[in-house]
Design a protein around this ligand. Sequence first.
Ligand SMILES: [Mg+2]
Length: 308
Amino acid sequence: MIGEFELIKKLTAILEDNSIGDDTAYINIDNKVSLNITCDAFLEDVHFLRRYPPESIGFKSISINVSDIVANGGKPLYSLISLMIPDDIDERFIERIYEGVKSASLFYNLKIVGGNISKSSKLGIDVFLIGEVDRFVSRAGANVGDDVVVSGTLGDSYAGFKLLTSKKQYEEYELRLIERHLRPTARIDYINHIRKYASASMDISDGLSSDLWHIAERSNVVIDIDLNKIPISRELRLYASKENLNPYDLALSGGEDYQLLFCQKKEHFNPFLDNTVIGQVVEKGKALVLVNGKELERTGFDHFKNRQ
Ligand SMILES: [Mg+2]
């Protein structure tokens, strides 16, 4: 099967539109209204399992879309939701998904204005989200000399997913990793910073290694990352040492962290955010990602291939 990213390239070639390729699409109407729009399907057995708490399924389906809006400097406003419902599901389960949707809409201060329901063989929730944006920040603006910055810590969600699917009794730190997988929070606290200072930005949904490549390719720059600077949580360190894994591998290839990856001038570092400088943009004119001086392998999540 063809990979997800090759397929996107083929489809955008059919549409003959080079503007496609960011987390959200930018729309400007008569120089009066600037919006960014996005949609993301959240599907049973691809993105979640039916035994997950239904409220978390609803909450996460909204978070992953808000994360894209925020990544481009937007503020989420309105949403439409399409539900795909199999026959073997009870009504209460769907209501509980919507309780999660409601708490996400209150948390992110957005309004669900409509949607649609259809029958399906698997459960799915497809969210369309619209935001307002006064400066759209794409993946394409990284400049030589910029710092490369990430929010939060990376790799937690993947560890949480592994724990959820491998055991039933958990320690406190394991529950925190699971929470990061089940109920990620989009970084709305970064909206102003991204809008004002980021030269290029995206959210980390597929995994840092492939997302760094997305910025390098769209901006046509060489990014040089220092592996030891990648922020790792205390919980992930505990998990990795117990499982005999390298926490940096998990942070690079895990995916679904819904943190932000952005570039900015050095002087715009914000000490009041939980952000970390992990490297620099060192050259323009070709796309390459180096980690500790060596080309970085893309090990992130591709929906059409198996998760490693
Ligand atoms: Mg994204």
